[in-house]
Design a protein. Structure first.
Length: 132
């Protein structure tokens, strides 16, 4: 095990008094790889502002302003997060959901809708003339 020494001892993070967290399984279980950059930004925003039940009432206009997104990009990001099973949304309420099991990889190629993110391995395979 590597012994780690902080670079800035005067800026070591502590748990803030308000409630917020980011689950490391987002990376370990490869949830982030399925998200667009806009969806990842929206997810980070929502986990930051949500209460202990994962609930947040930020309006579309406010979220767009905070993330410098246009309304269609916000809508696409929200769909991406809903499809990934990371958030639920019923206007005006967002709920950040507990991370579930990682879906099994598809055994056969599936058609993607325009703008849906792809894993890097899929992109490289496609470029190399492999399975799309």
């Amino acid at each position: 095990m590597m012994h780690k020494i902080p670079i800035h001892h005067d800026r070591i993070r502590t748990t803030p008094s308000q409630f917020s967290w980011v689950d490391h399984r987002l990376v370990r279980d490869r949830h982030l790889e399925r998200l667009s950059h806009e969806a990842a930004a929206l997810y980070l925003f929502l986990v930051t502002v949500a209460d202990c039940q994962g609930l947040s009432y930020y309006s579309d206009a406010s979220v767009c302003q905070h993330l410098t997104l246009e309304a269609p990009a916000l809508a696409a990001a929200r769909v991406c997060l809903r499809n990934a099973g990371l958030v639920a949304y019923r206007k005006p309420l967002y709920q950040v959901l507990a991370l579930g099991d990682v879906p099994a990889p598809a055994t056969s190629p599936t058609r993607r809708s325009a703008g849906e993110p792809m894993a890097l391995t899929e992109i490289f395979n496609k470029l190399a003339g492999g399975t799309p």
